[in-house]
Design a binder for this molecule. Structure first.
Ligand code: CMX
Length: 423
């Protein structure tokens, strides 16, 4: 594929594919095509497609655990990396490989134990990923001296090892912060998602089923979102998978990105407190949304930089809730919000997308199965996001992608451009 791409660029490299405006440069480069990401593509109206497959299609087509109803996350990783739907045997192979590679060195746990217990779980997660960097096969091979053609090989080792280790690290952070440091050993017979639920302390079937869905739908959202872009950008300096992925996680930890999943639950709890714990009416919800906006805050879980319709990841979770927990109060509030918030936000002209995103629903599902510690939720998102951004990083190395280095200008320069255009 590297040779094919080189040939394609040689033949078509000078074709112009777009133009952009001064406003786009100031507004976070939204809508500007600036990179190639093979694993998934986001359509503003339809939502995400992983190698061409939508979420509803993948919930049917990807292999499931025996007797299970939700896809195994191993399958979406295989699809994103290889570009083809996996067979049952393929996902078992990935599952076994991750189980074999999942050992976490002791110094990572020792380092975590030294941090204050109230350190935010995402800060602990990022620090643990950096502590794991001692294990980088790529960094060791580069130091010894490695031919460019071999980058892909050692990056493959790092990507597989890192994904294999993340559930253990994340579960350690959770049990240390919220379960008196009573840790649970992995069960190598379980698939990756079920083993994660097991190490977190949730052995019932329902939570394992949710975890498989959760880890599948959060895996990737094309290349321009903050976590994917940060991982790709840092990786372009030939930083190894550990260094690159930690950067992505620092971006995911921002409230406008992955941290929104904890903010949604915090906001719903505040809303419930505001109305003294009673189920709020639609009119009360609207009043609370207006109050949030008047305080100069965002309504978490709503809006998106690219999407212009309801996020299909929200819809998948809503379907899950209606099937498995139709009477859950928090889910009912999430569904009432869906009836109220878009109608109100669409009256505010500057808001480009009034519809819910993935984070609007995930917390309510987790609370239903007993995971109430919402500060931890973004770590779950991060474990899943590893699948997409690390599959992409592997492709970056396989294709020999270069250092990323966009130009930047001063406002003085911009003003000069405008003067020239108006002259
Ligand atoms: N509540 C209130 N105001 C909102 C809003 C919301 N949910 N969504 C957008 N706006 C505001 C923006 O803050 C911006 O206001 P200013 O011009 O005063 O700065 C204006 O509307 C225009 O924003 P936009 O072009 O519609 O949206 P952006 O592409 O700039 O931002 C996003 C997208 C997601 C950051 C924004 O919609 C938001 O802050 N949403 C709430 C946080 C959230 O749910 N984030 C999670 C996204 C999914 C994920 O990455 O996990």
């Amino acid at each position: 594929m590297a040779a094919e791409m080189k040939e394609f660029i040689k033949e078509n490299g000078s074709l112009v594919i777009g133009q952009y405006t001064i406003e786009q440069v100031y507004a976070g480069m939204k809508g500007m095509v600036g990179m190639v990401t093979e694993t998934s593509k986001l359509d503003p109206e339809e939502g995400i497609r992983f190698r061409g497959y939508s979420i509803p299609e993948l919930r049917v087509k990807l292999p499931k655990a025996p007797g299970g109803s939700e896809p195994l996350p191993e399958g979406i990783f295989y699809l994103m990396l290889i570009g083809e739907l996996p067979t049952e045997e393929d996902v078992v192979m990935v599952s076994n490989a991750w189980a074999r590679r999942s050992n976490v060195p002791k110094h990572v746990f020792d380092m975590l134990d030294e941090l204050p217990k109230n350190t935010h779980p995402m800060t602990q997660f990022s620090a643990a990923i950096l502590a794991l960097q001692t294990e980088s096969v790529f960094a060791a091979a580069y130091r010894k001296g490695m031919n460019k053609k071999d980058y892909w090989d050692s990056m493959y080792e790092d990507v597989m090892n890192l994904i294999a280790r993340l559930p253990r690290v994340a579960a350690y952070i959770y049990r240390r912060a919220y379960k008196n440091s009573v840790h649970i050993e992995p069960d190598p017979k379980l698939d990756w998602g079920a083993n994660f639920a097991h190490m977190l302390g949730y052995d019932d079937y329902d939570m394992k089923r949710l975890m498989r869905l959760y880890l599948t739908i959060h895996a990737d959202h094309e290349g321009g979102n903050v976590s994917a872009h940060a991982t790709h950008l840092v990786g372009s300096a030939l930083s190894d998978a550990y260094l690159s992925f930690a950067s992505g996680m620092n971006g995911l930890a921002g409230p406008l990105h992955g941290l929104a999943n904890q903010e949604v639950v915090r906001w719903i709890m505040d809303l419930r407190d505001h109305y003294k714990g009673a189920m709020p009416t639609k009119a009360q919800i609207k009043e609370y949304v207006i109050q949030t906006m008047n305080e100069g805050k965002v309504v978490p879980g709503y809006g998106h930089a690219v999407l212009r319709k309801t996020d299909p990841r929200f819809t998948a979770q809503m379907e899950f809730a209606l099937k498995y927990m139709p009477d859950d109060e928090n889910c009912k509030i999430v569904h009432m919000l869906y009836e109220v918030v878009p109608e109100y936000l669409s009256t505010i002209q500057k808001i480009k997308n009034p519809w819910p995103n993935v984070d609007a629903h995930s917390g309510a599902l987790l609370i239903h199965y007993g995971m109430v510690e919402y500060d931890f939720y973004t770590v779950l998102f991060g474990v899943s996001r590893a699948l997409g951004v690390l599959a992409s990083l592997l492709w970056d190395r396989a294709l020999g992608n270069p250092l990323e280095r966009p130009g930047s200008v001063t406002s003085e320069w911009m003003k000069g451009q405008a003067e020239k255009a108006h002259a």
